[in-house]
Design a binder for this molecule. Sequence first.
Ligand SMILES: NC(=O)c1ccc[n+]([C@@H]2O[C@H](COP(=O)([O-])OP(=O)(O)OC[C@H]3O[C@@H](n4cnc5c(N)ncnc54)[C@H](OP(=O)(O)O)[C@@H]3O)[C@@H](O)[C@H]2O)c1
Length: 274
Amino acid sequence: MPALSDGTSLPDVGFGTYPLRGDEGTQAVLSALDLGYRLIDTAVNYQNEDAVGRALAQTDVPRDEIVVTTKIPGRDHGFDETLASFDRSAAALGLDVIDLYLIHWPNPSVDKYVDTFRAMVRLKEEGRVRSVGVSNFTPEFLTRVADATGVMPAVNQVEIHPFFPQTELRAFHAEHGIVTEAWSPLGKAAPVKESAPVAEAAQAHGVTPAQVILRWHLQLGAVPIPKSGNPGRQRENLDLAGFTLTDDEVAAITALGRPDGRLFDGDPNTHEEM
Ligand SMILES: NC(=O)c1ccc[n+]([C@@H]2O[C@H](COP(=O)([O-])OP(=O)(O)OC[C@H]3O[C@@H](n4cnc5c(N)ncnc54)[C@H](OP(=O)(O)O)[C@@H]3O)[C@@H](O)[C@H]2O)c1
């Protein structure tokens, strides 16, 4: 249970919902909750807050056990725009309180992420948001929002998988009490899973390559949010407690990292999403 700087905590593993939508999305989230996931990751731009909301309304899992995350899109950056965007997200999700509210991408050329974060801090002060964080932020952007608002984001959700382990950014997070969430934690599966250190560790521990990669995230101190629409793979991705990777195995998987290891050109300094 990684502890957040604001006194709350996150489950060890979350459930990614992109691109699950509509009834398929609702069923996938219901299945994930049933299997034990307690951190659900959605975003305005996934166009599935309504599908997630229907699952939250239908599940037997008590609301206070679930950490619901959503993310503000670039087109809603700005102080007043963020307050209005929050109201739309809360309505779509059918919630009064959003547990973890993130800025999806910093969009530095637009330069409104500081005002956006200021509005999120207001929502937290009003009790409508439990924890405020960001996604795809560099140390420079994190420092700027903290200096401007006096609040360091509790979470930074970034691309991390064996081909892109983000060692320096994770060290910055550790130094500043920021919890790292890992998106595309499996590197969207195929090539990462077939890499020798992953396959060898899977064989050594009698688990699947996906379980090795997710266990690697836990041992790095990151919170992975794997997506699966398949209940069997959802279960597999949560079943990580029965083995521990050796330090050498962790190091060999981290050594798969390479400068061009991103899945797409998702450098937050240049990649912008509205
Ligand atoms: N903040 C951001 O900018 C950002 C960007 C991208 C993603 N995200 C979040 O991160 C979540 C996860 O990222 P992602 O979906 O891109 O990538 P991912 O979780 O690394 O990979 C998902 C892919 O792996 C497959 N898979 C899942 N579990 C598996 C297993 N045990 N064995 C084999 N294959 C497996 C899934 O297929 P099946 O469904 O068929 O199992 C799917 O094709 C997203 O859903 C989203 O919530 C955030």
